[in-house]
Design a protein around this ligand. Structure first.
Ligand SMILES: Nc1ncnc2c1ncn2[C@@H]1O[C@H](COP(=O)(O)OP(=O)(O)O)[C@@H](O)[C@H]1O
Ligand SMILES: [Mg+2]
Length: 462
């Protein structure tokens, strides 16, 4: 029966086929056919239904000025760092996808959040597909969430989940995880792209019509992509990502998409025996403690969301074989290759026959180009075997022509570094305090316009 209701739709051209084929019969693209329920969401009904007007009638229009501009109402979860990434709290009818490696703390954080919301008088439902109710209860006891009134549903069938949601209409519902949920309407295996997408679409529609805030938990593959849920990113309102090294106690939650707030805002947590605790002043947590300065280590002042943070960048340059390796952890590898070329061309630092490894300490992921200068100085320091002086920081973007470009909100970065006791800075000229303006106490600032200049400054500091 179920088979007759399904259709395979090409994600490229929208062409359809009654059965799965490796090649789309319409456009010839490979591996693009995705199963869809007839009557469900997706291109099958959107693109190929004809005579829309005859079938549905024309909707009424309103001009922008006629529409009342109301801001969305947010309910704070009570976990400050989570509220910060969400843009103030959960939004009624909003759908949030939260991704991260297994064991990083997704279930822990969400259980803490729904419990806090429940205590604040919001009805919360926690749907668990990965663990039994008993396991969730065990976790809640460990987290010290005694007498929790959060409702728990151990269920993986979409239709039953939605029926329960519809009957109870909670203010917030967590689906842990979306990959375990499956619909009877599809023949694809649970966890497949078709299942994950269809289930998420139904849950999203439920959120929008009922006003329940829905949080979908999604697993991430080794490569760092949300498995399957990648296709969900455009469907949901907010995408949060857990970052951090599971071996360290710090966890970062980053908003990579947010229809209700700023993106790239991050929340910082520490994993403790009693769950995740917010870290209100995270600026110094990504520094390793060296007794003496070591070669290849430079402290970068990065700006994550609204807060400056100091992150140690480490580089190791070592004799490589015939095809030397370039490896980066927490930094973009293509960018590393580019910076090595700039170093060679404009500063005469050659690493052609060397293995180059760079790492951002603490499992933090740095995407801003303002890390360039610190990365290049760390590489040079490792190559020369000379440490940078104690209390040294750097930031600034480096262009292909060797120019050092300013980073956003440089003064804030410098002040944060000075506050934490750093004393020497190499920064883009436009970020240094102008002559005659107030200096930053305790910080000697070397303003540079080109990468060669930065190298000269550092050599003079030896
Ligand atoms: N019994 C326990 N005692 C202490 N810490 C635990 C216990 N069980 C789990 N944890 C910690 O909680 C972390 C997060 O677990 P969890 O929230 O289930 O992650 P996720 O849902 O992202 O897979 C685990 O990596 C572990 O460090
Ligand atoms: Mg979990």
């Amino acid at each position: 029966m179920a088979k007759e209701k399904t259709l395979f739709v090409c994600s490229e051209c929208g062409g359809t086929s009654p059965k799965w084929l490796g090649k789309c019969p319409s456009c010839g693209a490979w591996n693009t056919l995705i199963e869809q329920v007839a009557g469900g969401s997706g291109p099958a009904n959107n693109r190929f239904g004809t005579q829309y007007a005859a079938l549905a009638g024309v909707s009424e229009l309103a001009t922008l000025s006629e529409i009342e501009a109301t801001d969305v109402a947010r309910t704070p979860t009570g976990l400050d760092e989570l509220d910060r990434v969400l843009g103030g709290g959960i939004v009624s009818g909003g759908v949030t996808l939260i991704g991260g490696d297994p064991g990083i703390g997704k279930s822990t954080l969400l259980l803490q959040a729904v419990d806090a919301l429940q205590r604040a008088g919001q009805n919360a439902l926690y749907v668990t597909g990965e663990e039994s109710g008993a396991q969730v209860a065990l976790r809640s006891r460990r987290l010290g969430l005694d007498h929790s009134q959060v409702q728990v549903l151990a269920e993986i069938q979409l239709e039953k989940i939605i029926a329960t949601l519809d009957a109870t209409r909670p203010a917030i519902a967590v689906i842990d995880s979306i990959q375990t949920v499956y619909s009877d309407q599809l023949t694809s295996a649970p966890g497949s792209v078709a299942q994950v997408r269809e289930c998420a679409a139904h849950l999203t529609r439920f959120a929008k019509t009922s006003g329940t805030a829905v949080v979908l938990v999604g697993h991430v593959t080794k490569e760092g992509a949300l498995a399957g849920p990648r296709v969900l990113e455009h469907m949901v309102d907010t995408v949060l990502y857990f970052e951090g090294d599971t071996h360290s106690s710090f966890r970062l939650v980053r908003a990579i998409k947010n229809r209700f707030g700023a993106v790239n805002e991050i929340g910082v947590f520490a994993m403790t025996e009693r769950g995740l605790k917010g870290v209100a002043n995270p600026s110094a947590i990504f520094l390793s403690q060296h007794a003496e300065p070591v070669p290849g280590s430079v402290v970068l002042v990065t700006l994550e969301g609204t807060r400056p943070m100091l992150v140690e960048i480490q580089a190791l340059v070592d004799n490589g074989g015939p095809s030397p390796r370039r490896l980066s952890v927490g930094l973009d590898r293509d960018r590393l290759a580019m910076l090595l070329a700039v170093l060679h061309r404009h500063a005469g630092v050659a690493c052609m026959d060397q293995d180059v490894f760079v790492n951002a300490v603490g499992g933090v992921r740095i995407s801003e180009p303002a890390a360039d200068l610190a990365v290049m100085l760390a590489i040079t320091s490792s190559l020369r075997g000379k440490p940078l002086p104690r209390g040294f920081i750097a930031f600034g973007e480096v262009g292909l022509a060797g120019e050092v470009r300013p980073a956003p909100r440089g003064q804030e970065r410098l002040r944060e570094a000075a506050k934490l006791g750093f004393s020497v800075a190499v920064v883009p000229k436009a970020n240094a305090p102008r002559k005659g303006t107030k200096e930053i106490e305790g910080l000697t600032i070397h303003a540079v316009e080109r990468i060669e200049e930065a190298m000269d400054v550092v050599r003079r500091l030896d």
